[in-house]
Design a protein. Structure first.
Length: 55
């Protein structure tokens, strides 16, 4: 029961602060570079990025 409550509280905290967490993670240049490299391997995301970049 304790684990379920802790999991629920942790999930709610992650959901509530998700944008702050992403900003902290992507604020690191190496992690941001790795994220961009990985996301550019996904065709759908690559097309969206390219459309936005060259509008």
């Amino acid at each position: 029961m304790k684990r379920v409550i802790m999991l629920a509280v942790g999930s709610m905290a992650l959901y509530r602060y998700r944008y702050k967490i992403v900003n902290v993670i992507l604020g690191q240049p190496n992690l941001r570079r790795m994220f961009v490299r990985l996301s550019m391997r996904i065709p759908f995301l690559k097309e969206r990025f390219m459309q936005k970049a060259f509008q």
